[in-house]
Design a protein. Structure first.
Length: 420
């Protein structure tokens, strides 16, 4: 692995305008870097053309290998993982009903390489779309199918249970719609309960030409939205406990990182901890010193992002050995990291800190888990063996029970013989 060392300042939580300027500049810098690379490649010409062809073939082979690699996804938001084609179709329906101006979002949905401002516009659209049970069921089913296509063998989907009186939707009925989506997947076999072994010669994409229906473990995390009250957060925790036999295995704290106070969610998180419910928390998306310290002191089972930590906080994180959910593309696009090369993945990886690669919002940021592994390989020089180990390590951080972990370990043992 190539060594990358760098430092940067994260956008602060109290100056949103400055944060947006910072993010826009980071995005422009990334585009300029890519344009420069393309110009240099084109200018090579002659023998350089042959070298470029070889490089392209090598890239193609590595991308295909990253797809074939069995993967574990621990940080995937349901709403942010919607297919563009589905988003376009549903947005058209809302436009026909006069709920939105379809022409205002059509180009953004179909665009490759969205800006951060455009991503935020889609965030609003996602929430308008997931207000009825049938839509929630559909997107859940499609999200699982899409991750399985990328050879994700274990998937934790996180979502905020929603109330919508106008649609007759409660938090429980919303989650029932999600679970219905899991149970109606046909393209792959969804393993929703720990008693179902995945290790019995599970087919994996790209391995041995096996055409049998693939299997994927899927579990659910209920998200506490930072905009919620203490009472609403407690309701979410209690719902997670009530639905623990239906695939719900954990609690997530997420949402707009500049909204809300830690003291508001703490009673619900402490309640979840007392009930033995695993917890993951979005941490350090902005430079909120007080909250970062409080989250680290709380010591959840996992942390997401951890972009904006200072020196002392970084040391505390490393000493805690709390597994980190790394979201490369998301962090660069939202300004948590100024570039792939300066992403904190390198520091944590070199320190042998427990971590897993994740997509965050695969639809919103136009990425996939296979692509995140390819980015690590191409940016930091990880070998196939190192990528395989990185993926395999994530098995130890899943919130599912020991039976699932044993099954996944066996699966990776078989895959190693074919991939390494």
């Amino acid at each position: 692995m190539r060594q990358f060392i760098g430092s940067f300042s994260c956008p602060g939580s109290t100056n949103l305008k400055a944060s947006w300027i910072y993010i826009a500049r980071s995005s422009r810098a990334l585009r300029r870097s890519e344009q420069s690379r393309q110009i240099k490649t084109a200018a090579a010409g002659g023998g350089g053309g042959a070298a470029a062809a070889m490089e392209a073939e090598s890239e193609k082979e590595m991308r295909e290998w990253c797809v074939a690699l069995p993967k574990v996804e621990l940080h995937a938001h349901l709403n942010g993982s919607v297919r563009d084609s589905t988003l376009l179709e549903l947005a058209k329906q809302l436009g026909d009903k006069g709920v939105i101006a379809f022409d205002d979002v059509k180009d953004v949905i179909m665009k490759n390489g969205r800006s951060l401002l455009e991503c935020f516009r889609l965030f609003d659209l996602y929430h308008k779309l997931t207000t009825d049970h049938d839509t929630v069921t559909r997107i859940t089913r499609e999200v699982v199918e899409d991750f399985a296509t990328e050879n994700v063998v274990y998937l934790e989907i996180r979502t905020t249970p929603k109330n919508n009186e106008a649609k007759g939707m409660t938090k429980r009925s919303y989650m029932n719609a999600v679970i219905k989506g899991l149970k109606t997947v046909e393209a792959v076999e969804v393993m929703l309960f720990d008693s179902n072994p995945l290790a019995d010669k599970t087919p994996m994409s790209g391995l041995g030409g096996d055409t049998r229906k693939k299997k994927i473990y899927v579990r659910l995390l209920l998200s506490i939205d930072r905009r919620e009250s203490t009472a609403a957060a407690l309701d979410t925790v209690n719902l997670a406990m009530e639905m623990k036999d239906q695939g719900v295995i954990g609690i997530d704290l997420s949402g707009n990182p500049v909204v809300g106070e830690w003291e508001t969610y703490l009673p619900a998180l402490e309640h979840a901890k007392q009930l033995g419910i695993p917890i993951t928390i979005h941490c350090g998306e902005v430079a909120n010193r007080k909250e970062i310290q409080e989250v680290l002191d709380f010591c959840p089972q996992r942390l997401g992002h951890v972009c904006c930590l200072n020196g002392d906080e970084w040391k505390k994180l490393k000493s805690s050995m709390i597994p980190v959910e790394i979201c490369l593309t998301s962090n660069v696009m939202t300004g948590g990291a100024p570039s792939l090369e300066l992403h904190h993945f390198a520091d944590l990886y070199n320190a042998k800190h427990p971590l897993s690669l994740c997509t965050d919002d695969s639809g919103l940021f136009s990425t996939s888990l296979s692509n995140e592994y390819y980015l690590v390989a191409s940016t930091f020089g990880l070998s196939k063996a190192e990528l395989f180990q990185l993926s395999q390590n994530a098995v130890e951080f899943v919130f599912a029970g020991d039976d699932v972990k044993i099954s996944l370990r066996e699966l990776f043992k078989r895959a190693e013989k074919e991939l390494i």
